[in-house]
Each structure stands twice: as structure tokens, then as C-alpha cells.
Design a protein around this ligand. Structure first.
Ligand code: P6P
Length: 334
């Protein structure tokens, strides 16, 4: 890679270039990146910072909140509400949207986030991350309904993975770029641009303990992978499951693979475990911008019209040819 540039320089070049990145959106991204640096500092303290363990509360999903879930959520709210770039925010950790207080200037964007994805991994020191998605506010009073836009309406999406490196991964619709945090400088530095996911792979990511609950098309696909080169696929597969979507997606953006969290019969009325607006949509935008594919087994995830803020969805994403195969198996079974 030629001379490394900072996130700020990259964004200014996007502002001047074909992306014509609006200044308010550039500011939004810079603010979110700074918030992620602050979250990384808390995450990296671990037991030394009294940030581990549970917060003694539950979120709207009925999940026990970890202390760092709350810390990360508060950091993102406080960092973003005064800048004048947002009309409102929505988070996995908040029942309803958070309107920008009226004593601050109102902006034209809506920010959605999972402040700390994979928080079951916090106490065991496994990679976790922040996922974010940006929509345009369509005007009028901001409410939960303002956020109910299809994933194709996103103007920006990204995540920050807190792992061996702290890496910000971003798209504004002009491909996917990766920025590694230079802790000595305290700035994100461009370390990969125009990320491409290989169309084929030998690696799948799924929670195998749920096998008996899957629908037949998922069982068929995974069985074929497990049969290896003696089976229908004619090649051996490897399996990874970090139980942090950010970490699994980062691996797929880096070397390919297919990630699946499908519907299963444990809770048949739920389409899946993952949330559409602030997990599946931003990850699907990134994956498609990197040449991959993302469906709910039957439809392109970015085309789905959300009905509620914390709506869940079944997810199959990653290397295009594998996602196409899984989707074909679902369609054949209809
Ligand atoms: P399971 C983390 O809680 C998460 O929302 C995703 O990041 C991850 O892919 C999935 O759930 C893990 O779920 O059932 O394997 O613990």
C-alpha cells in the first residue's frame, strides 16, 4: 500500500471525490470513530477498569445488559447528540429512539447502532465490536417510525472490532475501507481499501449446537459441507464461530466465508436472532460493497422493509457463490 493516510484525510478525499461526501456525514463518521476509540479504551481496561460483569438490568430484547453495553451506549449518545449532524439515534440497548435534545441543533441524519455486539464474549476476552448504520431523516418529527427504512436507504455503515487490533471498517457506498487504530498517534490509519470478498470459500460460520432446530435447506447445506471432498461439494470445509458477529464478519471481509444465523424452531415466531436495522443491514451493506451477498435465505436483506425498530431477521451473508447456493436451497424447498 502506498503512503498510509488517516481517516480524516480519507474522508476529505471522499468529500472532494465522486462520493461527494456531505460535510455533515463526514463529521458524523469522525464523531463515531472518536466514540469507538473511547469505547476501545474502556474495553481494553477489562478487570482493571471495573467494566466487566453485568449491569443488573435487561434491554428491550430481554437480554441481561453487561456494564460495557451501557458504557458503550452512553459514549455514543453523548458523543453524537450535540454536533448538529443528527436528528435522532436508535440503539439495541434502548427501547425507543433517542431524539437530539432541542437545545442542540438538529441534523439531517439518523444513527443506529449496536453499541457492543458480542457482549457475551467480554468477560472471556474474545473480540467484540460496535456496529453502526446511517440513514437520512426524511423530515417531520423524529419517531421510531423515522428509522423504519430499507437497508438500501443507508448512506453509510460500519463497525469497529475490538480485537488484537482495533479496526474501523467503513463504507459510504464507494467500496469498503479498513482503518487500524495507531495507539501511539491516537488516530485511525487506512490499512486496506476496496476490500473484496472471494466469491468462493471453504469456511462456514454457524452455531452448530442449533443443528437439530434448523430448517431443512440449512441442514442440507451444512451436511454437504461436513461431507467434505467425498460428498456433493467435492471439497473439505473448515468451521469458525466466534459468537461475535463483528469478528465473524471481519474474518469474512478479510479472507471470505459464509456466516449464517438462520431461523430455527426454538422460537418459530421469530424470523431469526439478529436485528435487522442495526446488525444485519449495516453488515449487509458492507458485505455487498465488498462483492459479497446477503439474504435472509429467500430475499436480499437490504430490500426488506422493516416493520419495527428491533425487528429480527435470519441472516446468510458472505462469499457470493455460497450465499447464492444457500438461498437456492431455500427457494427449492418453498
Ligand atoms: P449465539 C451476539 O450476542 C450476537 O448477537 C452476534 O454477535 C453473534 O453472531 C450471535 O449473537 C451469537 O449467538 O446463539 O451463538 O450465542
Amino acid at each position: 500500500m502506498s503512503k498510509r493516510i488517516s481517516l480524516t484525510q480519507y474522508l476529505i478525499e471522499q468529500q472532494r471525490g465522486t462520493a461527494q461526501l456531505p460535510p455533515q456525514l463526514r463529521l458524523l463518521i469522525e464523531v463515531v470513530a472518536r466514540a469507538c476509540k473511547s469505547i476501545a479504551i474502556s474495553v481494553n481496561k477489562g478487570a482493571l477498569g471495573d467494566v466487566l460483569g453485568t449491569a443488573g438490568s435487561e434491554n428491550v430484547q430481554g437480554e441481561v445488559q453487561k456494564k460495557l453495553d451501557i458504557i458503550a451506549n452512553d459514549v455514543l449518545i453523548e458523543a453524537n447528540e450535540w454536533g448538529g449532524h443528527l436528528a435522532g439515534m436508535a440503539s439495541e440497548e434502548m427501547d425507543d429512539m433517542h431524539a437530539v435534545p432541542l437545545h442542540y441543533p438538529q441534523g439531517e441524519y439518523l444513527l443506529l447502532f449496536d453499541p457492543l455486539d458480542g457482549s457475551s464474549n467480554i468477560d472471556v476476552n474474545v473480540s467484540i465490536g460496535t456496529i453502526f448504520s446511517v440513514l437520512k431523516h426524511q423530515g417531520g418529527e423524529v419517531s421510531n417510525d423515522s428509522f423504519l427504512q430499507a437497508g438500501t436507504e443507508q448512506v453509510c455503515a460500519g463497525y469497529c472490532v475490538y480485537g488484537p487490533q482495533t479496526t474501523l471498517v467503513l463504507t459510504v457506498g464507494q467500496g469498503v475501507a479498513m482503518f487500524t487504530l495507531d495507539r501511539e498517534q491516537g488516530s485511525f490509519v487506512l490499512t486496506q481499501d476496496q476490500v473484496q470478498i472471494p466469491a468462493d470459500t471453504k469456511e462456514f460460520a454457524i452455531n452448530m449446537s442449533n443443528m437439530r432446530h434448523w430448517a431443512d435447506p440449512v441442514k442440507r447445506y451444512i451436511d454437504e459441507c461436513l461431507q467434505g471432498k467425498e460428498g456433493a461439494r467435492g471439497k473439505d470445509f473448515n468451521m469458525r464461530w466466534v459468537a461475535s458477529m463483528v469478528a465473524d464478519v471481519h474474518r469474512i471481509l478479510t479472507r471470505g466465508g459464509v456466516f449464517m444465523y438462520p431461523w430455527d424452531k426454538r422460537e418459530p415466531t421469530k424470523p431469526g436472532k439478529l436485528r435487522l436495522l442495526y446488525e444485519a443491514n449495516p453488515m449487509s451493506f458492507l458485505v455487498e460493497q465488498a462483492g459479497g451477498a446477503s439474504t435472509n435465505g429467500l430475499q436480499r436483506i437490504l430490500d426488506l422493509q422493516p416493520g419495527q425498530l428491533h425487528e429480527r431477521v435470519s441472516v446468510v451473508l458472505g462469499s457470493k457463490n455460497e450465499v447464492d447456493r444457500v438461498t437456492a436451497y431455500h427457494r427449492e424447498a418453498q
